[in-house]
Design a protein around this ligand. Structure first.
Ligand code: HMG
Length: 385
């Protein structure tokens, strides 16, 4: 059965920080950030946004009245959830005015959960071919001011509709995956910033990619020449290159060149947004499909999803005949270019001004006409418009 991504959309907040400016403020060489890490800009998250608003703002771009009638399940992947009990998917269901006769659920396993959600959606549609599933991956990557991880912060959401006979890609049934308890990155429930061993996390990511690549080749008999490109989870864009460099010599010279060009295509959007945690690998896919000049229908792209803690999955997607016309390349580029630059001082002020105390009733008025907003708290409940 042909099942895969029928629609895809991306959203990130309207503020952005230039990383050359941040490097200078932190006393670092700008090249370390732009070349060594591979990031030019990062999203700055105002306190009227959270994972719910970003997820709903992404999904609203692909949910029309027809979808409202057909979406049967909402899967919301995040590691920056806003409640220990209630799912972000329920808030999204309300904001998007979806039917009450849907299943709604939130998933967590670091940056990996978006992929688990996509696989659940595919399997559900395989069992119920007339159903459509909305999968949202939404996160805020937050490490703290003047920490080593600061340069790899970011935020945003990717929303996808999974259905039969999809317009964009087939999700192939060729996954290999693994889980291993590792203390590379985690966030205890009483902390707003992650704890991370950045160098360990980079090594575990590389090792899991290599292990799964060998396993994938053994199980599927595919080789590097069978792929047009890779979409990697990109905590920072250099990470994709570190992973691919481990296997690139398995391809002939022409194929090496093609894979490296397409790696650059897959990194473009992330360079300007930063880490999206759960959504990052699908922003990388969207960037690849938006920027690569040589992708052809019927070709395969490999997807490598990594979540600290740690869990990883490697699988492939097949490009559909008319995939280009369903990719929102121009609107994502427009969204990124229209963001407002903030200074380091403004960024630090925004960073420290989260509305976290649910005991204090605060309600601001809505200021945005076309976007969902977090307004504040009433009786401990989050309020949105
Ligand atoms: P650091 O220690 O500040 O940086 O932290 P560094 O000293 O390792 O330098 C970084 C690179 O810049 C190096 O290149 C330097 O050589 C280079 P590399 O050896 O890695 O190729 N460099 C320069 N290049 C050009 N000109 C210069 C210059 N100076 C240095 N002048 C680190 C870097 C990524 C560790 C840090 O930012 C961090 O901890 N980030 C957060 C953790 C992270 O992103 N881990 C990635 C893998 S884990 C993952 O992906 C999961 C995650 O998304 C969470 C989840 O699953 O939920 C994080």
């Amino acid at each position: 059965m042909n099942i895969g991504i029928d629609k895809i959309a991306f959203y990130t907040p309207e503020y952005v920080l230039d990383l050359v400016t941040l490097a200078k403020a932190r006393g670092d060489e700008p090249d370390k950030y732009t070349i060594g890490i591979g990031q030019d800009e990062q999203a700055v998250i105002p306190n009227d946004e959270d994972v719910v608003t970003m997820g709903a703002n992404a999904a609203r771009q692909i949910v029309d009245d027809q979808e409202r009638k057909t979406i049967d399940m909402v899967i919301f992947a995040t590691e920056s959830g806003i409640d220990n009990s209630k799912s972000s998917a329920i808030y999204v269901q309300k904001l998007l005015q979806l039917s009450e006769f849907v299943r709604t659920i939130e998933l967590k396993q670091a940056c990996y959960a978006g992929t688990f959600g996509l696989m659940q959606a595919r399997d559900y549609v395989a069992a119920h071919p007339d159903k459509r599933v909305l999968v949202i991956a939404s996160d805020i990557a937050r490490y703290g001011l003047a920490t080593a991880g600061e340069v790899t912060q970011g935020a945003g959401a990717v929303a996808m509709i999974v259905a039969t006979n999809p317009n964009i890609t087939l999700i192939n049934d060729d996954s290999v995956y693994m889980s291993r308890e590792v203390a590379d990155f985690w966030r205890p429930v009483d902390r707003t910033e992650a704890l991370v061993d950045g160098h360990l996390s980079t090594e575990v990511y590389k090792e899991m990619f290599l292990t799964l690549w060998q396993r994938y080749k053994n199980q599927t008999k595919h080789s590097l020449n069978d792929f047009t490109g890779f979409a990697f989870h990109l905590p920072y864009t250099k990470m994709g290159k570190k992973a691919l460099d481990q296997i690139i010599l398995e391809a002939d010279e022409a194929q090496q060149k093609r894979l490296l060009n397409n790696l650059i295509a897959s990194q473009q959007f992330s360079r300007h947004v930063g880490n999206l945690y759960t959504g990052s690998v699908y922003l990388s896919l969207l960037s690849l499909l938006s920027h690569s000049k040589d992708l052809k229908p019927g070709e395969k792209v490999a997807i490598f999803s990594y979540g600290s803690g740690a869990e990883a999955e490697l699988y492939s997607m097949t490009l559909q005949p008319d995939f280009r016309s369903s990719i929102p390349a121009a609107s994502v580029a427009k969204q990124l270019s229209e963001r407002q630059q903030v200074s380091v001082a403004q960024y630090e002020k925004i960073f420290q001004s989260q509305l976290l105390d649910s005991h204090v009733d605060v309600i601001r008025s809505a200021t945005k006409k076309h976007h969902f907003q977090f307004l504040g708290w009433q009786n401990g409940e989050r309020q949105y418009s």
